[in-house]
Design a protein around this ligand. Sequence first.
Ligand code: UDX
Length: 428
Amino acid sequence: MKITIIGTGYVGLVTGVGLSELGHTVYCVDTDEEKIKLLEHGKEPFFEPDLGRLLKKNIKAKRLFFTKSLKDVLNKTSFVFICVGTPQKRNGSADLSYLFEAAEQIKKLSIGGKIIIIKSTVPVATGDKMESILNESNNAHFEVASCPEFLREGRAIYDFFNPDRIVVGSKKYSLCLRILNLFAKIKTHKISVSRETAELIKYASNAYLAAKISFINEIGNICEHVGANVDDVANGMGLDKRINPHFLKAGIGYGGSCFPKDVKALKYLSSDGGYNFRLLRAVIEVNNKQRKLFFNKIKNHFGDLRNKKVALLGLSFKDNTDDIRESAAIDIANNLIKHGAKLYCHDPRAMENAKKVLKKKVEYSACAYDIMDGAEALVIATEWPQFSALDWKRIKKLMKYPIIFDGKNILDKQLLIRLGFKIINMGK
Ligand code: UDX
């Protein structure tokens, strides 16, 4: 099949690369000229495992193309995936201007008969609005469907080929089947529902996962009072198949470009419809509080943070990505700077992005050991697995005081205590 993808962010690019790998001919469109040039040369604009390899492979196979001009490709294709950003507005609602801009552009070209598939995360009933914009004039007719994306950053390529389910929403069952057929080679649960249902499945899934994280963080906070261990509690809970062990990792709360935005958007959507979604309010409140609780542990240890040399491992919002959007690590870094600490940071991938927001207020090092030299405390704020494998004997010799604040509970506490470290965790 021939497919157009509008927007080459995480969702668009991974979808484009994935669909071309499945054998389709894919044209990716973006207004960012520099990005298009980069992509044409097989260079990925952000770090995502395996993306670069598949990008180059499919460009070479002449199944994957990049362009700034929608006009040049729209008439060649039958399916158009809309994968533009839906950022958060000040009031928490989703900003749909990029989405509607894309609709206007498609409409202007007046090439009807296309199937428009919304992959961007959008509030319920956005499909209806898209349909009325696109079909305002009688020149051309467009079908609009919803096909929400569930990929995780850092595991996006894996998730594309191994999804837990593919959801398509449309008024017409036959249209759902045509879209699901694009993914015929992927064996998974495939469900066709109404467009509104598909839109809500995405929000409900993200909100539920966020709620699971806030729940375990609350349990962790109780653990600290009663002398229990949150990892062991989560393990004991997760063995119950009805609960499952995923998304029960306590720490400094969730970040990223999706959970914070989507949970707030669902809360807004509910209150806009006159419904008070009490649980979501609590999910957000707990998440905001969690990073503050962690920072207070560091602050209380020092009393006065001024001129204290602090090493910070991790800047991205989670492991395996260079993305720092809504990263708890960046918040903690900012708070440490604000309180006068001298901050030395390391992240395997996110330092270039972090420099854009933290600027020169901190020192960066490509070597994790360099930041430990003379450090009076070490803070871990991202769950990069390689941090656990560092040479802790060496670090013990480098640090001035061997105290670690492990905000993601990733280190082997017993081992480090044996080496002479003091470890402060979340929920233990
Ligand atoms: C999420 C959803 O998982 C994905 O389905 C959706 O399409 C987009 O949003 P992503 O934001 O890439 O994906 O990352 P995810 O792995 O879900 O983690 C989100 C945040 O939650 C991270 O900050 C992570 O550190 C945190 N987290 C995750 C926890 O604190 N505890 C956990 O147990 C799991």
